[in-house]
Structures are given as structure tokens and as C-alpha cells.
Write a protein that binds this ligand. Structure first.
Ligand code: SAH
Length: 225
């Protein structure tokens, strides 16, 4: 898979991809993440990528031209499955959407800033809009990193067996059961006996019951779905 991220603040995207699972996925050649600075695509003297809003009001708006030039130059080199604008009013990111996108081969993620992008970008240049939650961030970079992480960890070979995504919350409609590690007792707080029993069938049954209980309590709508 290849993910191209377009941003006016490329530095914000340096660390999320340079450590742990996302770094290893790139090192193994399972995903290529390319961050593109919008600034060089600006044609004005100061290489600015934003301007005042028509009609007035507070906040700058990202201009269409640098975004169009950047997306066009990427599309000239390869075709993309989706061109996604990160937006608080977009389709809400869920595990099922992450699953769908993890099967794509080439994605562009466009990060907005300030008041967002000129509406014509949304009307003519992108194919999809995704929000990571009903709250407003100052820019799309952290949202793009969240979306990329949720997708990349699902690509076969990225996670090792012991961190398998299949047993994670939401993957099978259930919240993950509680987990424990050594010591078996800490300050008198004990690990449930069944987990120390070595009885695999009983452990699986306990985990399933716990997952069901947690889901009923914390995310009842998951069961209905
Ligand atoms: N004025 C806009 C918010 C702009 S926030 C509004 O009220 O809807 C600036 C940028 O941050 C957006 O263009 C978007 O790319 C990003 N962003 C903010 N919140 C986000 C969220 N919840 N999910 C995805 N991207 C978000």
C-alpha cells in the first residue's frame, strides 16, 4: 500500500511514522508513506498556501491552486483508489471503515488547516471525507496520522501474531476482554484464577463472557449492530 499525505505543515507528520509498528511496516516494505509539502506547489511570490476568506470573517482558507497542482502531479504518476480530505464533518472513522481502506492500494490524504480548504477542493478534487471524531482539531495532520495508523496495522504482515488485530475491540463487534501480566498478585490485587489455570477452553470462554459483558455495558450499540 502507498499513502500520500498532503500538508502545509510536513514536520507535524515526522514522528508518527518514524517509530514502532508504523516504522516497521515501512521498513518491511508493506506500506510506503510519503508526506508532501504544499508550499512548493504555490505559484505566488511568498509560496503561501492560504488566503483571506471571501465575504470576510476570521480565519484563513487554504487555496485551491496549490492543492490542485499537488494532487494532479501525484495522479500523473499513478492512479489512486481514494483522495480523502480529513474533515470534522466527514464520515466518522470506525473499525469497519479502517478495514475497508486497508484493502486499498493507493490513497491520498489531504490535511486542512485554519478554516479549512476552499469548498471547490471538496466539490471537485476529492473522492471522500473522513472525520476522526466530533470535535475540531487545529489541523488535519494528527487526524491523517490516526487514520493511517488504524489502516496500516490491518495490512497483513504488519502486526506480529501476539498483537494480532483480530482480537482487538470492534473487530468482531465486541470490546476486547481485560488483560493481565505478571505479577499474579500486586498489593493484594489478584489476577482472575481462570487465567492462571492453563485450561485453554475455560480461558476462551471467560474471555468471551467478559468481552460480551463489557460490550453490553460500554458499547451496547455494537451488539445491536
Ligand atoms: N472550520 C472548520 C474546521 C477547520 S479545522 C469547521 O468548523 O468544520 C482545520 C482542519 O483540521 C480541517 O480542515 C481538517 O483537515 C482538520 N480537522 C479538524 N478536526 C478534524 C476531525 N475531527 N477529523 C478530521 N480532520 C479534522
Amino acid at each position: 500500500m502507498r499513502i500520500d499525505i498532503i500538508t502545509c505543515l510536513p514536520k507535524l507528520l515526522e514522528s508518527p511514522f518514524s517509530d514502532s509498528i508504523l516504522k516497521r511496516a515501512q521498513d518491511k516494505g508493506l506500506v510506503q508513506v510519503m508526506v508532501h509539502d504544499l508550499r512548493p506547489f504555490s505559484t505566488n511570490k511568498h509560496r503561501t498556501t492560504d488566503d483571506y476568506a471571501f465575504g470576510g470573517g476570521a480565519g484563513m482558507v487554504m487555496m485551491i491552486e496549490p492543492i490542485d497542482r499537488c494532487i494532479s502531479s501525484l495522479k500523473e504518476q499513478r492512479s489512486y483508489d481514494e483522495i480523502i480530505y480529513m474533515s470534522p464533518d466527514g464520515e466518522l472513522l470506525t473499525q469497519s471503515l479502517a478495514n475497508q481502506l486497508s484493502m486499498k492500494k493507493k490513497l491520498i490524504l489531504l490535511c486542512g488547516h485554519y478554516k479549512g480548504v476552499d469548498e471547490r477542493v471538496r466539490e471537485h478534487l476529492i473522492t471522500r471525507e473522513i472525520s476522526i471524531g466530533d470535535y475540531v482539531l487545529s489541523g488535519g495532520e494528527l487526524a491523517a496520522a490516526v487514520l493511517s495508523d488504524a489502516i496500516i496495522r490491518l495490512i497483513p504482515g504488519v502486526l506480529s501474531d501476539e498483537t494480532s488485530a483480530l482480537s482487538d475491540s470492534f473487530q468482531d463487534g465486541l470490546i476486547a476482554p481485560p488483560v493481565y501480566t505478571r505479577p499474579a498478585e500486586y498489593k493484594g490485587w489478584k489476577v482472575p484464577d481462570v487465567l492462571l489455570s492453563g485450561h485453554e477452553a475455560k480461558i476462551n470462554e471467560w474471555r468471551h463472557d467478559q468481552a460480551l459483558e463489557r460490550t453490553k455495558k460500554r458499547r451496547p450499540e455494537q451488539i445491536k449492530n
